[in-house]
Design a protein around this ligand. Structure first.
Ligand SMILES: C[S@@+](CC[C@H](N)C(=O)[O-])C[C@H]1O[C@@H](n2cnc3c(N)ncnc32)[C@H](O)[C@@H]1O
Length: 263
């Protein structure tokens, strides 16, 4: 059975190139403003190549990023080294289902951007992650979650060229993608084939699959409540508009309650 953390090491060389053409920086201002409000240290679940982590650290807030992929983290580390200003950021290789921190660590904000909780492919993975976030936070900590709603709405297709463009060094990349939906288990699988050409000649092919599991906002709210969080707001965009079924952004802001945790 596929795991949600599978595929990301292979994705790493292409992740920033692809995201510069898709998600871009549209959520960055939201997370930076939230971090400024709560102060640090902020914990980011699945920080990847640091797309969100670096701008949040640039607000002067200390950030701790956890990710299971050493290749994604290597890119985040390189970005930190290239930064002109010294940033207060720690990158830790670990699994968000068993966060490597002491109980009641002092994180006033835990961020789960860009669908990271959709990398949890079983209900038990989500429950373990919520219990882990509960364990490493103190009562009153804020837990921000951004889900990517269009993943299950994606039409199935096979071997479609979805992106093409230049990369550094004069090479060109073509992304040939297939999408599979497993409605029974709520899973969406993206099969990626990245073709790199240099001076018109095929130089390299990388293939990998990435899987996501999407649950609705009401179900996620129930899971959070069961895990000991109180939901304060559900937003439908990055400017704070209220959420409804048709919103193309799903953001949940929950507060870690006092108590013993998952019931
Ligand atoms: C969509 S990327 C998000 C990266 C970054 N937060 C961003 O917004 O660009 C998801 C990241 O979660 C990581 N990941 C997936 N499952 C994980 C798990 N169980 N534990 C830790 N990291 C995980 C992947 O390695 C990947 O870097």
């Amino acid at each position: 059975m596929a795991e949600g953390w599978h595929g990301w090491d292979r994705y790493a060389p292409f992740y920033d190139w692809e995201n510069a053409r898709t998600v871009g920086r549209r959520d960055v201002r939201f997370w930076s403003a939230l971090a400024r409000r709560t102060g640090g240290p902020v914990l980011e679940l699945g920080c990847g190549t640091g797309r969100v982590l670096l701008p949040v650290a640039r607000t002067g807030t200390r950030v701790v990023g956890v990710d299971r992929s050493s290749e994604m983290l290597a890119r985040a580390r390189a970005r930190l080294r290239r930064s002109r200003t010294a940033l207060a950021a720690d990158l830790i290789r670990g699994d968000i289902r068993a966060l490597p921190f002491k109980t009641h660590a002092d994180f006033p904000l835990v961020m789960a951007p860009y669908g990271i909780l959709q990398s949890l492919l079983r209900a038990s993975d989500l429950a373990a992650t919520l219990a882990s976030v509960f364990r490493v936070t103190a009562p009153g900590a804020l837990f921000g979650i951004d889900l990517v709603p269009d993943v299950p709405r994606w039409r199935e297709y096979r071997n479609r060229v979805t992106l093409r463009g230049a990369i550094r060094g004069g090479s060109r990349l073509t992304l040939v993608e297939s999408v599979r939906q497993d409605r029974g288990r709520g899973l969406t699988v993206f099969d990626h084939e990245y073709r790199e050409t240099r001076r018109g000649r095929r130089a390299r092919i990388s293939r990998f699959s990435i899987s996501f599991r999407t649950i609705s906002v009401p179900v996620m709210v129930r899971r959070l409540e069961r895990a000991g969080f109180g939901v304060e707001a559900v937003l439908g965009d990055y400017d704070g508009a209220p959420w409804d079924e048709r919103a193309d952004t799903w953001i949940i802001l929950a507060r870690r309650l006092a108590g013993t945790g998952p019931s």
